[in-house]
Design a protein around this ligand. Structure first.
Ligand code: PGA
Ligand code: ZN
Length: 423
C-alpha cells in the first residue's frame, strides 16, 4: 500500500516553480513525477494552483505542495497503488471541483503520475509495460524545430513549425533523420546570418520575413540533409491561433487584421504550395468552432487537423468536438485534465471515433520522461516533445530509444495515418 506521498517545489525548463511528487510504498516501491506547465494554455484546462503574491513573480507552488503533503498524503496512505482508476477517482473526489482548482491540478497530477510510477516499480516493470500490458507501439514523433508565437521572442506568429519522419525503419532511424535536418537548419541559419538561439521547445527562433519563410527554411533543410520532403520527412505546424485571435472574431496575423475566411485561404494556399505539410494544429481560435470545423471538413482528406486548445484533453469537450466534426486528431496533455486515468479515457474516446491522438509535452517541462512511456503504453499514434535539443526535450526521446532497445524484435512503430493521402 501507499505509505507516503511527498511533494516539493522544483523548477521547470523556463525557471518557473513546479510540483514534484515522490510516492513511497510499504513494500519499498518508489515513484517520482514532475509536473509540466504550458504557456499558450486553453481556457478549459484544469487549473494549476499558484501562490500569487510577490515571491517568484507569484508563480510559487507552495500551496499545491502543501496540499500534496497534507490532504492528499493523508487520504492516499494505506490505499493500494495498483488500481489507477481508483486512485484518480479518490483524488477527483477529494478535490471536489470540476476544474481541480481547490487542491490544484499540479498537485493532483503529480500524485497520480507518482502512484503509477511507484506501482510499476513495485512490480519491477518499466512504466510502459505496467500501464500498457502487451499492446505496445512507438509513436510517430513531431519535432518543433522553429519556435514562434508565445514560445519565442521573434516576430513569427505561428507557434510551432515541426518535422516528422514519414519513412523510417524504426524509431532510431527516424530520429537520426530528424537530428540531421535539425543540424542542417542550424548551418543554413548561420550561413544566412540568422540567430541560432533556441526557443522554449528547443527549436531555433530567428526573425524571419514571414511565417511562410519558416516553411521554406524547413523544405530547404530537409533537402539539404539529403531527404525528400513529404516522402521521407513531413512538415507540420501548430498555429495556436487562440494567441492571435481577436475578440471580434478576426485574427491579427503578420500585423494585419484578417477574417476567418482569409485565414482559411492562407492555410489552403500553404497546403497547395507545400505538399510536405501533413498536419495542422489549432488553425483557428478556441472559441471559433464553426470556422474550425468548416476548415476541417474541407481539408481533412489532404491534411491531418489536430485540436488542442478547443478540447484541452477533456472527454466532455472531445465528445462535443467529435459531434461537430472539429478535427481528425486530438492533442493529449496530462496536465490539461489532471489525472492519468482521465487522460487514458480521452485517448480511448478519440480512438473509438476513428480519430488519432498526439500526446504532447508542454512548453515548460521537467526532465520527467513519463509521456514517452505513456505514449508507448497507450499505443498513441503520435507524440510531440520538441526539438532534438535541450535536456528536458531529449529526456523523452532518449527514453524512446531505450524502450525500442528493450523491446527488440517486438518493437512496433506507428505509421502516419492512412486517412491522410500521402501520394
Ligand atoms: P504550451 O504549448 O505548452 O505552451 O501550451 C503547446 C501547444 O500549444 O501545443
Ligand atoms: Zn497547441
Amino acid at each position: 500500500t501507499i505509505s507516503q506521498v511527498h511533494g516539493r517545489e522544483i523548477f521547470d525548463s523556463r525557471g518557473n516553480p513546479t510540483v514534484e511528487v515522490d510516492v513511497h510504498l510499504s513494500d519499498g516501491g518508489f515513484g517520482r513525477a514532475g509536473v509540466p506547465s504550458g504557456k499558450s494554455t486553453g481556457e478549459n484546462e484544469a487549473v494549476e494552483l499558484r501562490d500569487g503574491g510577490s515571491r517568484l513573480g507569484g508563480k510559487g507552488v507552495l500551496k499545491a505542495v502543501a496540499n500534496v503533503n497534507g490532504e492528499i498524503n493523508k487520504r492516499l496512505q494505506g490505499v493500494s497503488p495498483f488500481n489507477q482508476a481508483e486512485i484518480d477517482h479518490i483524488l477527483i473526489e477529494l478535490d471536489g471541483t470540476p476544474n481541480k482548482g481547490r487542491l490544484g491540478a499540479n498537485a493532483i497530477l503529480g500524485a497520480s503520475m507518482g502512484v503509477a510510477r511507484a506501482a510499476a516499480d513495485s512490480q519491477h516493470e518499466p512504466l510502459y509495460r505496467y500501464l500498457g500490458g502487451v499492446d505496445l507501439e512507438l509513436p510517430q514523433t513531431f519535432h518543433n524545430v522553429i519556435n514562434g508565437g508565445e514560445h519565442a521572442d521573434n516576430d513569427i506568429d505561428i507557434q510551432e513549425f515541426m518535422i516528422t519522419p514519414i519513412e523510417r525503419k524504426n524509431f532510431r532511424d527516424g530520429f537520426e533523420k530528424i537530428v540531421n535536418v535539425y543540424h542542417q537548419l542550424q548551418a543554413n541559419f548561420e550561413k544566412e546570418g540568422l540567430s541560432t538561439g533556441l526557443g522554449d521547445e528547443g527549436g531555433f527562433a530567428p526573425n524571419l520575413p514571414s511565417d511562410e519563410a519558416a516553411i521554406q527554411e524547413l523544405v530547404k533543410a530537409i533537402k539539404g540533409a539529403g531527404y525528400e520532403p513529404r516522402k521521407e520527412i513531413g512538415i507540420a505546424f501548430d498555429a495556436a491561433a487562440s494567441s492571435f485571435a481577436q475578440k471580434d472574431g478576426t485574427y491579427l496575423f503578420e500585423g494585419k487584421k484578417r477574417s476567418a475566411d482569409e485565414m482559411a485561404a492562407y492555410y489552403e494556399d500553404l497546403l497547395k504550395k507545400y505538399p510536405a505539410i501533413v498536419s495542422i494544429e489549432d488553425p483557428f481560435g478556441e472559441n471559433d468552432w464553426d470556422n474550425f470545423a468548416k476548415f476541417t471538413q474541407k481539408n481533412k482528406d489532404r491534411v491531418q487537423i489536430v485540436t488542442d486548445d478547443n478540447v484541452c484533453t477533456n472527454p466532455t469537450l472531445i465528445r462535443k468536438a467529435i459531434k461537430a466534426g472539429l478535427a481528425t486528431s486530438f492533442l493529449i496533455k496530462l496536465n490539461q485534465i489532471g489525472t492519468v486515468s482521465e487522460t487514458m479515457e480521452a485517448i480511448r474516446l478519440a480512438r473509438k471515433n476513428n480519430c488519432t491522438v498526439m500526446v504532447s509535452h508542454r512548453s515548460g517541462e521537467t526532465t520527467d520522461d513519463f509521456i514517452a512511456d505513456f505514449s508507448v503504453a497507450m499505443h498513441a499514434e503520435q507524440l510531440k516533445a520538441g526539438a532534438p535539443a535541450r535536456g528536458e526535450r531529449l529526456a523523452k526521446y532518449n527514453e524512446l530509444l531505450r524502450i525500442e532497445e528493450e523491446l527488440g524484435d517486438q518493437a512496433k512503430i506507428a505509421t502516419f495515418p492512412d486517412s491522410v493521402d500521402l501520394d
